[in-house]
Write a protein that binds this ligand. Structure first.
Ligand code: NAD
Ligand code: TDX
Length: 340
């Protein structure tokens, strides 16, 4: 299990996962393959770039020739984090989601099968189950019912992963996690967007009535779960990952404002996301029972630490928010304001 290919390791969760493994295991050798799209950021990995257990390779997971050449060097495990991950962008431009999330996963699976990779872990999402009403939880046997181009592409990838396990005997697992928060999250996502806007005294754009519910988990708890699955899960098993921490979006926004001592008048209700899923909530009892996983972070502690991290790393996010992202933000949110 010690030669690990991490895809998308320059993104939010992938970079946290690489830090987690290097801190925890002396004998693991990590290759990070990432295309460095707008969401990929090598600044997330600066303090380990000289670690002899780590190397970075820039490549596109869809490019089967490059991926085959790399995988032919011999890996015990592939953990696939690489994806287009933002629901709003999938509504603006669905094609790239199918390309990266579906074709990219298939290219990795094919290389894994040809070159005898021993374990393939697909990092998926609770969004494959669609939206819940006020009651109930997603279990691993809940029907798949994706509603956005993002979640539909992740669902297709899950099916391909399980099919490669079934048909070719590749040892595969799928993990389906709820919303993550923590360090290095790209500021297009709810929590870092609201923290960084509040710090700059800019409006905080809340979609619809702000009553949509997400089940928040600290990214380190997600990393711990993926590590357990990678090392211990039986082939073919799917694991839900979630922290039993349901919050409405408006509650999250108010927590952030209070902590930063900023006024609620910064909240701006804007046009809703088309097809916006109302509620996600995960039943992770299978993971707890089979692999002994428990989340270590309470939301209260995790969110305070996260807010502090963004306060202490202004250069990290200002660099992002002043570049290409600024154009995206103006276009996405000007349209929402006009339509409201
Ligand atoms: P992210 O957008 O922060 O990072 C994605 C990374 O993938 C980036 O570094 C990007 O450069 C890279 N990438 C994109 N296209 C690529 C390609 N064609 N080839 C190689 N690299 C490419 O995403 P994230 O939030 O870290 O999510 C990681 C994974 O976890 C995704 O698969 C996502 O679906 C899943 N997930 C995320 C959450 C969440 O709350 N963020 C929750 C559950 C599951
Ligand atoms: O400006 C905003 N205002 C707002 O009200 C943004 C960016 C979001 N929201 C709402 C939409 C959602 O109800 O906040 C909630 C969270 O939104 P996102 O941060 O965009 O996350 P979500 O759509 O829930 O998806 C996330 O969790 C599951 C990740 O982006 C996915 O990659 C993961 O699979």
């Amino acid at each position: 299990m010690n030669k690990i290919l991490v895809t998308g390791g320059a993104g939010f969760i992938g970079s946290n996962f690489i830090h987690y493994l290097l801190e925890r295991y002396d004998d693991c050798y990590i290759t990070n393959v990432d295309l460095l799209t707008y969401a990929g950021n090598l600044d997330n990995l600066t303090n380990i770039s000289d670690d002899p257990r780590y190397r970075f390779i820039k490549a596109d997971i869809v490019d089967f020739v490059s991926i085959s050449n790399l995988v032919s060097q011999g890996f015990d495990t592939i953990v696939n984090f690489a994806a287009e991950s933002h629901v709003d962008r999938s509504i603006e431009a669905p094609g790239i989601f199918v390309r990266t999330n579906v074709l990219g996963t298939q290219s990795l699976l094919e290389a894994a099968r040809r070159f005898g990779v021993k374990k393939f872990v697909q990092v998926s999402t609770d969004e494959v189950y669609g939206s819940l009403g006020q009651e109930g939880y997603f279990t691993e046997t809940s029907p798949l019912n994706p509603t956005s181009p993002y979640s539909a592409s992740k669902t297709a990838a899950d099916h391909l992963v399980l099919a490669y396990g079934h048909t070719f005997g590749l040892s595969v697992n799928v993990t389906r996690c709820s919303n993550n928060y923590g360090t290095y999250q790209f500021p297009e996502k709810l929590i870092p967007l609201m923290i960084t806007n509040a710090l700059a005294d800019k409006p905080l754009p809340v979609y619809g009535d702000g009553m949509n519910v997400r089940d928040w988990l600290h990214v380190r708890d997600h990393c711990c779960a993926v590590d357990l699955v990678m090392r211990q899960a039986r082939t073919g098993e799917i694991y839900n990952i979630g922290g039993n921490n349901e919050r409405t979006n408006i509650d999250i926004v108010k927590i952030i404002l209070r902590r930063l001592n900023k006024p609620e008048s910064l909240i701006m209700f804007v046009q809703d996301r088309p097809g916006h899923d109302r509620r996600y909530a995960i039943d992770s009892s299978k993971l707890r029972k089979d692999l002994g996983w428990e989340p270590k972070y309470s939301f209260d502690r995790g969110v305070i630490e996260t807010i502090e991290w963004y306060c202490n790393n202004i250069k990290w996010w200002e660099k992002i928010k002043s570049g290409e992202y600024l154009r995206y933000y103006e276009q996405m949110y000007d349209n929402r304001k006009k339509a409201n």
